[in-house]
Design a protein around this ligand. Structure first.
Ligand code: ADP
Ligand code: MG
Length: 697
């Protein structure tokens, strides 16, 4: 309790340090989305500076989220020279609300040429400023949005804030129709569960692939994987517990509501989850969580891997994005209450989400598309690339009733029967869980499980906010015009239940049958980032984003370009890293080992002509022939990678070539590389193995 939020310029600090009028005005902006009064900037800046300096800060930075998906910061000290050769500590209102970093070295997707370097950061007062500790110093971090000289969003925050505005506007229209006159803002809320791996730093440093790409590009499977199911929720190892403890303390200081921690399914894999909060803050906090974990891990001689698929053969990592909508007076619009069949407002909002997810499944799929996630989605791993919704027994029953034209009941959870007298008896939830669903209703929120472990959660939430806003606007258009509100509402609910039945699925989402079934239902199954991105080219996508003022055409085009660019660069780096490891580590190890074998054969034979050297001979033959095959595949990969890099066609063709040709050549090479690993003397193998990395923590 004492440390929570101590490094945050939060409401308590603001209330204590700001003049009443300035505080009130700022609260209005934060709570009701009213425009920021520039007149208060100087006062707030001064209070912020005093607070930060008292805590020991020397620098401030506009902290922003460029389209790299991670955060950026450029530090300036508070010092300002005086005429007598000394300094004073200064921080003006202008420095608080506006910054101008050189924008030329951030991805812009062609929005601007590099010589037009100007970009602006603008203070986002809806997310609190905080102090970041690093290397013994403290820096005041001011969350900001980042846009180009011409006003286009060059970051992940601006569209998120715009999408929250759009959702609020449309949700309020619906609430008003239900007679709500008190709520003035609706915000989406998010709790993001974060999965990650930890590896010993000594192993990490010896793996060029982990260092350069975040995932292993070679590596034979360890004799043990996750099949014993002994890691999930297992007792924490002391070293891991110490890491988690320090992460929690740092996060609590930063006002992050770090709550849950546990071992995940794969060996060496873990999860952290904070309590939910406003989407904008949850997005900032998720960045802080990722950053903090990486830094604290190093202090424990560990490395935190956020890649979606660091190790083949065991589970990859994702984020579960729990999402709901809440009014500023605190009511959760996705809370069904005791009797959801009588709660028409709830049914309206849930129906809107269902329709939105079905109508815009491809956009939602795209929102989780980054190269690393291609290893999970649609690659026989959780979750599938097909979007479907799990509603659970209670809501499924209600939607069936809706289709049939009436609502009569809500199923309630029975008593839990354990068969043991001494155990407490209690009422179960009205619905079981389904772990395989990419989009599941979990009591009073939806859980979107496709999100990639390393990506910013901004994109997925922009899409959720936007598509739900769109459907709410369609509902509101009809309801506002209706002469009989109740009749029109029932009609809308029945239509939604009937027309969007196909998106509901409560079976096993990992099964091959589901892939077939989904195809019959006409649900899209897009397995790669490259193809998922094509939806950004559609006019209907541009219309949707422009209608709700979330992104304009230029901004959408730039996102497409960036997706292609990032895909191309990522696969290219991975291919080059493989080539490097193959040439400088694996082939030399293979040659060394075969020479050892040959020497052994010669030595033994010359000592005793009758001695049996069949083991050495068979090993030598196997190693030599695998080495030759490995070299041939390496030649292919080198050639293909060069061809890919030389391509001058459209970005899409080049990216598709990397996916179809280079990526395939990489997998071919890996097969032989992993085979060599199983043959060669362990002492000669030039890098840590899966057994070491996954099990020796
Ligand atoms: P799981 O059972 O899926 O592992 P966890 O308890 O680890 O669930 O995480 C659930 C997450 O959902 C938490 O971050 C929690 O705060 C969040 N959550 C709960 N209610 C809401 C809500 N109304 N809106 C958004 N997120 C919510
Ligand atoms: Mg979950």
């Amino acid at each position: 309790m004492d440390i929570f939020g101590e490094n945050v310029f939060n409401d308590t600090v603001m209330k204590a340090r700001l003049p009443k009028a300035a505080y009130k005005s700022l609260r209005k902006t934060i709570e009701e989305g009213l425009p920021l009064d520039p007149g208060i900037a100087d006062v707030v800046a001064n209070a912020m500076k005093d607070w930060a300096i008292e805590k020991g800060a020397t620098h401030f930075t506009h902290w922003f989220q460029p389209l790299t998906g991670i955060t950026a910061e450029k530090h300036d000290s508070f010092i300002s020279p005086t005429s007598d050769g000394r300094v004073v500590m200064e921080f003006s209102g202008k420095e608080l609300i506006q910054g101008e970093p050189d924008a030329s070295s951030f991805p812009s997707g062609g929005i601007r040429a590099t010589f037009e370097a100007r970009g602006y950061t603008a203070w986002d007062c809806t997310s609190p400023a905080f102090l970041k500790e690093d290397g013994g110093g403290l820096t005041l971090c001011i969350p900001t949005a980042f846009c180009s000289y011409t006003g286009e969003a060059l970051d992940k925050k601006t569209p998120l804030l715009r999408s929250m505005q759009a959702l609020s506007k449309q949700a309020l229209r619906i609430l008003k129709l239900f007679g709500n006159t008190t709520s003035t803002q609706v915000t989406s809320t998010v709790g993001a569960e974060q999965e990650y791996f930890l590896v010993d730093k000594n192993f990490f440093d010896k793996r060029l692939d982990l260092v350069l790409t975040g995932r292993t590009l070679f590596g034979a499977m360890a004799p043990k994987g996750q099949e014993l199911e002994d890691h999930y929720f297992g007792s924490l190892k002391t070293r891991v517990a110490a890491f988690m403890r320090e992460v929690n303390v740092e996060l609590w200081k930063l006002g992050v509501l770090s709550k849950t921690q546990h071992n995940e399914v794969a060996p060496g894999q873990f999860e952290i989850a904070p309590l939910f909060t406003t989407t904008n803050i949850a997005t900032d906090h998720n960045q802080i969580i990722m950053d903090t974990m990486k830094k604290i891990a190093l202090k424990h001689d560990l490395v935190c891997l956020l890649h979606e698929k660091p190790f083949a053969g065991v589970n990859g990592s994702g984020k579960h994005n729990n999402w709901s909508m809440s009014t500023n007076d605190g009511s959760n619009l996705l809370d069904p209450g005791k009797n959801p069949h009588e709660n028409y407002q709830f049914l309206t909002f849930v129906s809107a989400v269902i329709k939105a997810v079905d109508d815009y499944a491809e956009l939602l799929r795209l929102s989780a598309a980054i190269p690393g996630n291609d290893h999970r989605l649609g690659a026989n791993e959780a979750p599938p690339a097909i979007i479907s919704i799990f509603l659970g027994d209670q809501l499924t029953d209600i939607f069936n009733q809706l289709q049939n034209g009436g609502l009569k009941r809500s199923l309630q959870g029975d008593k839990l029967l354990s068969g043991v007298e001494t155990l407490p008896s209690f009422r179960k939830d009205s619905t079981d869980r389904n772990r395989t669903s990419p989009f599941a209703f979990t009591g009073n929120k939806f859980e979107f499980r496709m999100v990639a472990s390393s990506q910013s959660i901004s994109g997925p939430n922009v899409v959720l906010n936007l598509i739900v806003a769109e459907v709410l606007s369609q509902f509101a258009d009809r309801l506002e015009k209706a002469s009989d509100f109740n009749a029109e509402l029932k009609q809308i609910l029945r239509e939604t239940a009937t027309n969007h039945k196909r998106i509901l699925f409560d079976g096993n989402g990992y099964s091959d049958e589901w892939v077939e079934e989904a195809k019959r239902r006409g649900l899209p199954n897009i397995t790669s980032t490259v193809d998922a991105s094509l939806i950004l080219k559609r006019q209907s996508t541009i219309d949707l984003y422009e209608k709700h003022k979330v992104l304009n055409k230029t901004e959408i085009e730039s996102r497409f370009e960036i997706n292609m660019e990032q895909y191309i660069k990522q696969i290219n780096i991975e291919a080059l890293t493989m080539i490097d490891m193959a040439k400088h580590q694996i082939i030399p190890a293979g040659v060394k080992y075969s020479t050892q074998l040959a020497n052994s054969i010669n030595a033994i034979k010359s000592a005793s002509a009758a001695a049996d050297v069949s083991v050495q001979e068979s090993l030598l033959n196997n190693v030599s022939s695998t080495l030759a095959s490995f070299q041939a595949k390496l030649n292919v990969l080198e050639k293909r990678t060069q061809e890919a890099a030389d391509k001058t066609e459209e970005a899409y063709e080049q990216a598709a070539f990397y996916r179809d040709v280079v990526f395939k050549a990489m997998n071919d090479l890996r097969q032989d590389g992993d085979l060599l690993e199983t043959m060669i003397d362990g002492d000669l193998w030039p890098m840590p193995t899966y057994s070491q990395m996954l099990f020796m923590l």
